[in-house]
Structure formats: structure tokens, C-alpha cells
Write a protein that binds this ligand. Structure first.
Ligand SMILES: Nc1ncnc2c1ncn2[C@@H]1O[C@H](COP(=O)(O)OP(=O)(O)OP(=O)(O)O)[C@@H](O)[C@H]1O
Ligand SMILES: [Mg+2]
Length: 261
């Protein structure tokens, strides 16, 4: 009888904690701990990211603001696996990516995150359809399905009638839409956007923002976006982090945060 009670206690105790751990893993998608990135240029050392620690809950629309040179792109590139930290860790969906090999980082970049840049970073000699298809080339999806999915994504971002246009035959806003479709190609959990509206006029910028908000609200994607538009960031985001000299100097939850609690 005593044994039975003990076994029951162990099952309940570990069961409860296991559930807690699982819930924590589900809720937190990115956990940054004591992250440091130092660039060395000759004699000079620049702490682009300086002992940063914060976590991001799944489904968050997080805006990162801060003046030029404050470390925003460095931080996003570290999360996206484009660069490796000097020290500290980034736990992404339960897995530490700070010590990954080159090929593991390539996998992370390709399948776990979708990156959108101010300068679009598309292949200019290929049309919109090819740019999106190429992102899926090693994904194991059949050729036919890759094409179908690319067309569906381009339609989703409002470019159904521009799929055979090359980037130089598209407007800035349309080009950024192609980049967004490409970022979604492998259905990543997290979208990383580095000033995605920086090169666009205000009306087109608003359209691209609406698209990113839709990805967050309708598809539940976690979005980390760098922007210089602080008022807009405050209005649309769940959370706004301000960097200065590689450190967090402000971390504000807006009233929209309740939507994801
Ligand atoms: N590859 C590099 N080598 C040396 N220093 C670098 C490198 N990349 C960035 N830095 C330096 O690190 C600091 C942070 O740069 P980062 O690009 O992250 O700033 P940022 O906040 O994105 O600025 P901006 O708003 O102008 O894009 C800057 O001082 C920059 O000069
Ligand atoms: Mg930058």
C-alpha cells in the first residue's frame, strides 16, 4: 500500500513538472541569455551586442528600435543564424543554436526562420516565382508541389498577377512582397524582418506592415521586426525593445500584449 502511494506520488510529481516544462517550451520560442557579439577591427573591439538577455513568447509581434549602430541587425542576424555569437546562448524552440555547426546553421536559416531585409536580397536574374521556388529547393518537396506552393504564397501576398516578373520589373512594395513570400516558403515559426519598409514610400510601407501583422495574427507567426518608426511600432506590436550600445534600455509591453497572454 505504501509502495503504491509512493509510485502514485512520483507519477503525479514528475507528470506535473513534465507538463510545466512542456508548456514553458511551447510558450517561449526564443530565449536569449547573456548574449555577446564582439567585432574586432585591428586594434578596435566593438561590442555590437553586449550581454543581452530576454525571451520572446510564441506569437509575439516584437519590434526592435534604437539608433543607428545600436546592434539591432547584429542581434537579428544572430537569431537568424547568419552570424555566431562571441559568447552567450540563443535557445530557439528548445534548442541552443549558439554552438551549431555550419550545416546545422544553414538548416536553421532555411527552415526555422524566414528573413526579410530592407534591400530584399532576391536573385535579380530570376522571376518572382523562381525566387520563391528556390527557397524550397532542398526541402524534399516535389517539384510540382514547390511550384504550386510558390504560386499560392505569391497569391497570398497579392502578387498573383506578377509571378513571372523579375525584381527589376516590380515596384519596391511588390519586390518586398516577393521577399515575404520567399520567407514563408518553408513555413517557418519565426519571421525576422530588418527594416522591411525602410526603402518604401509611406503608403506602400503601410501595406507591407499590414501583411506582416496578418502573418502574426492569422498564421500565428512570431515576428521580430527592426524599425525606425517608433510610433508605428508602439501601435502595432505586442512588445517594443529599445537597444543602445548593444544593450536593452527599454522593454515595453503594449496594451496589445493581452492578445497573446
Ligand atoms: N561585420 C562587422 N565588422 C565590424 N563591425 C561591425 C560589423 N557589423 C556591425 N559592426 C558594428 O557593430 C555595431 C552594430 O551594428 P548593427 O549593424 O547591428 O547596427 P544597427 O542597430 O542595425 O544600425 P542601423 O540602424 O544603422 O542599421 C556598429 O557599431 C557597427 O559599426
Ligand atoms: Mg541595421
Amino acid at each position: 500500500m505504501l509502495h503504491f502511494g509512493l509510485i502514485l506520488f512520483i507519477i503525479i510529481f514528475f507528470g506535473y513538472n513534465l507538463k510545466r516544462i512542456t508548456i514553458l517550451q511551447i510558450v517561449v520560442i526564443i530565449q536569449i541569455k547573456d548574449l555577446v557579439k564582439i567585432y574586432r577591427k585591428g586594434e578596435i573591439e566593438i561590442s555590437a551586442v553586449d550581454h543581452l538577455s530576454f525571451s520572446v513568447k510564441k506569437g509575439t509581434f516584437l519590434s526592435i528600435v534604437g539608433r543607428s549602430g545600436s546592434g539591432k541587425s547584429t542581434l537579428l542576424n544572430l537569431v537568424g543564424g547568419l552570424d555566431t555569437p562571441t559568447s552567450g546562448s540563443i535557445v530557439f524552440d528548445g534548442k541552443d543554436i549558439s554552438g551549431l555547426s555550419r550545416s546545422e546553421l544553414a538548416f536553421h536559416r532555411r527552415y526555422r526562420v524566414g528573413m526579410i531585409f530592407q534591400s530584399f536580397n532576391l536573385i535579380y536574374s530570376r522571376n518572382a516565382l523562381d525566387n520563391v521556388i528556390l527557397a524550397m529547393i532542398f526541402s524534399g518537396i516535389s517539384k510540382k508541389d514547390r511550384k504550386e506552393r510558390a504560386i499560392r504564397l505569391l497569391k497570398q501576398v497579392g502578387l498573383g498577377d506578377r509571378i513571372f516578373h523579375r525584381p527589376d520589373e516590380l515596384s519596391g512594395g511588390e519586390t518586398q512582397r516577393v521577399a515575404i513570400a520567399r520567407a514563408l516558403a518553408n513555413d517557418p515559426e519565426v519571421i525576422l524582418a530588418d527594416e522591411p519598409t525602410g526603402n518604401l514610400d509611406s503608403l506602400t510601407a503601410a501595406e507591407i506592415m499590414d501583411l506582416l501583422i496578418e502573418l502574426n495574427q492569422k498564421l500565428g507567426k512570431t515576428v521580430l521586426m527592426i524599425t525606425h518608426e517608433q510610433q508605428m511600432a508602439q501601435k502595432i506590436s505586442h512588445r517594443v525593445i529599445r537597444l543602445l550600445d548593444g544593450k536593452v534600455v527599454d522593454d515595453i509591453m503594449t496594451d496589445k500584449i493581452n492578445e497573446i497572454e
